[in-house]
Design a protein around this ligand. Structure first.
Ligand code: MN
Ligand code: MN
Length: 346
């Protein structure tokens, strides 16, 4: 029996936050010159908040979406709280990219579409709910930029985005997330999303590049399986030896102009900069290196992106969430200049 509101009406089932009374026609962030950046309701990037149906009517091109779920976490939890803290800190983001000069909010209609439905107590049901929500986004022609959540959330997102044809992917992470199973055959954890996505045909492994891999290992079975499938695994030592420009040029050549997903696990960045995550590994990227690497991906045919694994309980200063949302702005600028999001505003 659903809960009743004060007026006796059943509350909507598994809906995101309620939409404002009228859908906005402007997609500009609230100006810091009208209202200070620390004030007001914290939507992503201070953008208008829309429900899914209003977003289609209003011709949203890019939706920023939270996935407040960490049911795939095998170690230290808490990323279910990521979207709320990322939203809060996102109010400090200004609208213009400092290097490219891109203002994503003048190139595309961008809005905060709230949080995906989730089920914190049932993994399979959560995956179904998330995939269903993203299926509705893609059927409306809306490109998602997502905030996790643990890395298993990428799997139902890819299930929706890669339903028709396998995608290419550029994946920043300390870990391959290509394990087969945990705990005696359990197949769905944040260590397995890309193994499942390859097996299910949502990713083309010959067009998958993983960058920043490091850390102590169990047995290397994840790496071995990935290499067998044709995944290009670029360890952090190779990044250091070859340099960022060379590595990113190779990554670009592997995905080419194929429809490509970009997944960024915050633990790709060194815990000196981003300690607020469940599975930190020393010897990672600096924030400056990460920014440079992502900026070198401009012009790719990106169909979606995510930033995952920020865990606010391990981030009391908010510093890791600040790194995370700063990287999300970099991803947003890539999406706003991707040919895949030109659909409505060519
Ligand atoms: Mn990961
Ligand atoms: Mn990781």
């Amino acid at each position: 029996m659903p809960l009743k509101s004060d007026g006796g009406q059943p509350l909507p089932d598994a809906a995101p936050m309620p939409a404002p009374p009228s859908a906005p026609t402007s997609f500009q962030p609230v100006s810091a010159f009208d209202l200070p950046r620390y004030a007001g309701l914290p939507s992503f990037m201070r953008l208008p908040y829309l429900g899914l149906d209003d977003a289609a009517t209003a011709e949203v091109d890019i939706a920023i979406v939270g996935v407040p779920w960490d049911g795939g976490t095998t170690n230290r939890p808490g990323t279910r709280h990521g979207p709320r803290q990322l939203r809060d800190l996102s109010t400090m983001i200004r609208p213009v990219h400092p290097v490219s000069g891109v203002n994503p909010f003048t190139l595309r209609n961008v809005a905060d579409l709230g949080d995906s439905p989730v089920n914190p107590a049932d993994v399979a049901d959560a995956l179904d709910r998330i995939a269903g929500f993203y299926g509705k986004l893609t059927s409306r022609g809306i490109t998602p930029l997502s905030a996790g959540g643990d890395h298993l959330v990428s799997y139902p997102i890819l299930k929706a985005l890669g339903a028709d044809a396998p995608l290419a992917m550029i994946h920043f992470d300390a870990h391959t997330d290509l394990f087969d199973s945990y705990f005696g055959g359990f197949k769905y954890t944040h260590g397995t999303p890309f193994r499942r996505a390859i097996e299910d045909g949502y990713l083309d492994p010959r067009r998958v590049v993983q960058i920043g891999i490091r850390g102590t290992m169990y047995d290397g079975a994840d790496v071995a399986w990935g290499l067998e499938q044709g995944v290009r695994i670029i360890r952090i030592e190779e990044v250091e030896d070859r340099g960022i420009d060379s590595v990113m040029a190779e990554a670009r050549s592997i995905v080419g102009d194929h429809p490509t997903y970009l997944s960024f696990d915050i633990d790709a960045i060194d815990p000196a900069f981003a300690p607020g995550t469940g599975t930190p590994e020393v010897g990672g990227l600096t924030t400056r290196e990460a920014q440079r690497m992502v900026r070198l991906l401009s012009g790719l045919n990106l169909v979606g992106a995510d930033l995952v694994e920020v865990s606010p309980p391990f981030d009391p200063s908010g510093g890791t969430a600040w790194v995370g949302i700063s990287m999300m702005f970099e991803l947003l600028c890539l999406l706003a200049t991707s040919p895949a999001t030109l659909r409505r505003k060519a």
